[in-house]
Design a protein around this ligand. Structure first.
Ligand SMILES: Cc1cc2nc3c(=O)[nH]c(=O)nc-3n(C[C@H](O)[C@H](O)[C@H](O)COP(=O)(O)O)c2cc1C
Length: 263
């Protein structure tokens, strides 16, 4: 059975090319209201939604091409201020529990915004690099605020094919995590493996020079390489440190905060 919500969800595709046309204020308002209806731990909404339409700021985020950007922030700062003015007594805002639960809240709100946007005929694309953006310098965020996710929104100027997904059996486990066999894994990633055939002969020749002969090897040298991941992770740790969710020990060691009583 189908309905408009399921249709919106199952037609999702990321949009990276937008029309040069702003998103109407009324629609932005509707999306944000849909966003804040998402479930949230203790109904505290320990997140903030940073709406970025300023051209300079969008450029600084590397998203000048998108008319609108929404950043979901973990926000334990607002709660800390409320507790302070309510003389609530010592409490804790920087523990890993605070961070993970608020991260969850923020992403739920952001995904509600994405679904609302797509239901209104807009296109969206998430961007992962926000985790390492210094939001304190760029947006003036205070302590206990950390970027959880970012989405570009606008009127689509392309209609890409639906991206294939792994078969449901690859991601679904019933009652117990089933360790898959090598054959299962090979079969599940068959679709991804065939992407190799879509590369041009020049691309393949360039990759062959680096002894890359399949998509997994290509990914291992690109977005999953140790260098890429460690650079991105270092930026994230700096951001967590700025927001006081981790403390630094020595030059490279970071400790996720177990949570200290504050105020
Ligand atoms: C956490 C996350 C980070 C992403 N980061 C990027 C990104 O940096 N650049 C980009 O072009 N797409 C990014 N995407 C979009 C994915 O590439 C896209 O969702 C995926 O290829 C599947 O395609 P589809 O969304 O069209 O189904 C991101 C998506 C998620 C969920």
């Amino acid at each position: 059975m189908s309905n408009p919500t399921i249709d919106t969800l199952t037609s999702h595709r990321s949009i990276r090319k937008f029309q040069d046309r702003p998103v109407e204020a009324g629609l932005v308002d509707q999306m944000l209201h849909a966003g804040i209806r998402g479930a949230t731990s203790y109904n505290l909404q320990n997140y903030a939604l940073l709406v970025v339409d300023d051209a300079q700021k969008r450029k600084a985020l590397g998203l000048a091409h998108a008319p609108l950007v929404v950043i979901g922030l973990v926000d334990q700062y607002r709660l800390s201020r409320w507790f302070a003015i309510s003389h609530a007594g010592p409490s804790c805002f920087n523990g890993s529990h605070n961070l993970f639960i608020a991260f969850w809240d923020a992403i739920i709100a952001l995904q509600n915004i994405v679904v609302a946007a797509e239901s209104l005929g807009l296109g969206t694309c998430y961007y992962g690099h926000i985790l390492g953006v210094d939001v304190q310098t760029l947006f003036g965020t205070p302590e206990y605020v950390f970027p959880a996710g970012m989405v570009a929104i606008g009127y689509p100027d392309e209609r890409p094919q639906l991206a294939a997904r792994l078969p449901l059996e690859a991601v679904m486990h019933r009652n117990r995590y089933q360790i898959p066999s090598d054959q299962d894994i090979r079969r599940w990633y068959e679709q991804t493996d065939t992407e190799w055939d879509t590369l041009s002969s020049q691309q393949k020749a360039r990759l062959a020079e680096q002894a890359i002969q399949n998509i997994a090897q290509k990914l291992a040298r690109e977005g999953c390489s140790a260098q890429f991941i460690s650079e991105r992770s270092a930026d994230i740790m700096k951001n967590l440190q700025r927001a006081q969710f981790v403390s630094r020990r020595g030059d490279t060691e970071y400790l996720l905060s177990a949570g200290e009583a504050q105020r």
